[in-house]
Design a protein around this ligand. Structure first.
Ligand code: B12
Ligand code: SF4
Length: 592
């Protein structure tokens, strides 16, 4: 038996200073989207727990996505000295602030409630509520450790860096320098190598409910943090202040080898960018005979660099990764239109997208193609996207509406230009448009459902025929192999197919979106009327009467939109019912 590398982590040797720390993963703030397809372990919170394990007698994680309200039992059994809540997604804000209120009621006024995670570090003001005591920015291990120490020693957060905290007067104090983008890229990074191990043991109680697509009980692994690129819609590089740090392949291999699951997903925003390290990782996985399958997020230009020499080298590494078990990659394709790629500062080309897909296909790696739906799109743009996805045979297409996330240049620009329809965090879920759309909103949302319906591995045309027989057979063979090798079971595959229906069903899209979409439809219509009113003077007397009339009918317009959404929702509901009869989950491509 070949020996495994040892994971080198920082030796923690401080004295315990608190009895109980409780960390809570909030329920999901999303209405519809990928949460139905993927529910993975909360790796970020597990790292945070790992960072304070020597400082508290008892650290607990409660995953409220799996057992809503179960944190109350944990509070009662081990009254916490400090509570941490994650706020990863912008859309989670309403859930997190409500949860903080409920926790405050139960724990009383003297227990600090700390919120951390991707979104909240970039727009902390969302958590400036009376119940929340402090907010952590960026990677949480170090600041949270300092928070626990500060509270244990002095009942004070004054000396803790990278946080906002409430002082004695109830004012929020920012204990940090402004975000500074440092283009610091480090492979075999000591910071990464020495970070504590994630406390997976604390979420084992929820493991049966974690899944990734149709793989049950999947484990997540992080090998890198941050990104070297600067896409204008992406908040990752601000969260990490421009750094890109990769751990040693040894640490990754040791961690993977310690996991019991047959499927592992790398959570890195940018995996395998350290191409030599990726090569070593593949070699080690093969040398040790670790037989697992992997999912990772990559860029097309890492598979298809422009220079021929580089391309040869990179592709040789991807071939080795495929042999070592690389199963599927999420590729940030964003668009098949050069102007749109430029607009989002992607830095890769349409040709690279296409060539990378073709190459990966040739070595048996499946594609999860992440694409942006732009608010200016017309029906023809949706048609073009469907055509491209079918032509390229993208197995798992992901279409999300261009959303200016807090902490991105897109957001700053939109705020500056006043182009946002809403600042309501719940609407920043990638399935609502927060920009004005060219198509009327209900039609825009229906078109998005059509994208999902007419593309992808599980794409079945409205008449029940398979959209792409070749793709479907390939997917079926691959699933069959996963079942044979014990990575998944038929019930998990069936459950996934049922959940996937959500994305393809206009009824679900519209019904779930109707409530909130209405506000937007209203806002959009009112906005247009507002613009018209502003034009009044310029247009002169002839039109001014007409405009006055229209403005007076503002309220009625919003009302009519409401009726129209209702009409469309019920029309589609009937259609979806007919479609679902054809699309029985037991009519699988699996038999192929
Ligand atoms: C992997 C990933 C996925 C995977 C999930 C697989 C998985 N294993 O989780 C997939 C592709 C399925 C996915 C889906 C989605 N994702 Co995602 N995803 C990520 C990604 C790349 C990594 C998350 C991760 O595990 N990181 C590794 C851990 C170690 O880091 P961390 O979670 O950030 O935790 C650290 C800190 O945040 C902090 N921290 C975290 N929690 C807490 C709590 C406390 C108390 C404290 C003190 C600190 C703290 O300390 C941690 C350790 O350093 C992030 C990007 C990112 N860098 O965060 C995006 C990201 C979180 N996802 C994002 C989005 C939008 C989505 C989707 C909505 C996409 C879509 N349109 O459907 C869906 C939603 C899924 C859902 N509802 O659950 C956005 C969120 C943006 C936002 N502001 O809302 C991010 C930030 C990427 C981006 N910029 O676009 N995602
Ligand atoms: S979208 Fe991907 S490549 Fe672009 S900055 Fe974000 S993580 Fe990096």
């Amino acid at each position: 038996m070949t020996s495994l590398p040892v994971i080198q982590t920082r030796k923690l040797a401080e004295r315990e200073c608190l009895n109980n720390v409780l960390l809570i993963v909030p329920q999901n703030g999303y209405y519809t989207g990928f949460q139905g397809l993927v529910q993975t372990e909360p790796l970020g919170i597990e790292y945070v727990a790992g960072a304070v394990s020597d400082l508290a007698k008892n650290v607990q994680i409660h995953d409220d996505r799996i057992r809503p309200g179960g944190w109350r039992d944990k509070v009662r059994s081990h009254p916490p000295d400090l509570v941490g809540i994650g706020c990863q997604y912008t859309a989670d804000v309403p859930v997190v602030t409500k949860l903080a209120r409920e926790v405050r009621e139960l724990v009383g006024p003297d227990v600090p409630i700390v919120v951390g995670g991707h979104h909240i570090g970039l727009r902390p003001a969302d958590a400036f509520t009376p119940e929340i005591s402090a907010i952590v920015r960026g990677p949480g291990e170090q600041p949270f450790r300092e928070l626990v120490k500060g509270w244990g020693a002095k009942r004070s957060f004054e000396d803790v860096r990278e946080i906002w905290y409430r002082d004695a007067d109830g004012q929020y104090v920012a204990n940090m320098d402004p975000i500074k983008i440092r283009p610091h890229f480090k492979y075999d990074s000591p910071i990464m190598n020495e970070r504590p191990q994630p406390r997976r043991d604390l979420v084992e109680q929820f493991r049966d409910d974690y899944f990734f697509l149709f793989y049950p009980k999947v484990y997540s692994v992080e090998t890198a943090r941050g990104c070297r690129y600067r896409c204008s819609f992406c908040s990752v590089w601000n969260h990490h202040q421009g750094e890109y740090l990769v751990e040693s392949p040894n640490r990754t291999v040791a961690e993977i080898a310690s996991l019991p699951s047959g499927y592992v997903n790398f959570v890195d925003d940018l995996a395998f960018s350290d191409i030599d390290g990726a090569g070593e990782l593949a070699d080690e996985l093969r040398r040790l005979g670790i037989n697992k399958r992997y999912w990772a997020q990559i860029r097309a230009d890492n598979v298809w660099p422009k220079s021929v020499e580089k391309r040869k080298k990179h592709q040789a590494v991807f071939e080795k990764l495929a042999e070592a078990g690389l199963d599927m990659v999420l590729m940030g394709l964003e668009s098949f239109d050069p102007a749109e790629l430029k607009r989002v500062n992607k830095g890769s080309t349409v040709e690279q997208n296409v060539r990378a897909i073709e190459f990966l296909r040739s070595i048996g790696v499946k594609i999860w193609g992440a694409q942006i739906v732009f608010p200016e799109w017309d029906v023809a743009d949706f048609d073009k996207t469907i055509e491209m996805n079918r032509k390229l045979g993208i197995e798992v297409p992901q279409y999300t509406i261009l959303t200016p996330l807090p902490g991105t240049p897109d957001y700053e620009r939109a705020v500056r230009d006043g182009t946002l329809l809403t600042l309501e965090p719940g609407m920043y879920d990638f399935f609502h448009s927060v920009f004005k759309t060219k198509l009327p909103l209900p039609q825009f949302y229906t078109e998005i459902a059509r994208l999902y319906k007419e593309t992808g591995t599980w794409a079945v045309n409205a008449d029940g025929s398979v959209a792409d027989q070749d793709l479907a057979s390939r997917a079926a063979r691959s699933i069959f192999r996963d079942i044979k090798d014990g990575r998944t079971v038929p019930t998990a595959v069936r459950a996934f197919k049922e959940r996937f229906e959500v994305l393809r069903n206009e009824q679900v899209h519209l019904a779930r979106l109707a409530q909130t979409a209405l506000n937007q439809v209203g806002a959009q219509a009112l906005d247009q009327i507002g613009e018209l009113a502003a034009l009044k003077d310029q247009l002169g007397g002839r039109f001014s009467e007409k405009i006055d009339e229209i403005v007076a009918r503002k309220g009625q317009v919003a009302e009519r939109w409401t009726e129209r959404v209702d009409e469309i929702t019920s029309e589609l509901s009937a259609k979806a019912k007919r479609a679902s009869q054809v699309l029985s989950p037991d009519n699988p491509l699996l038999q192929g």
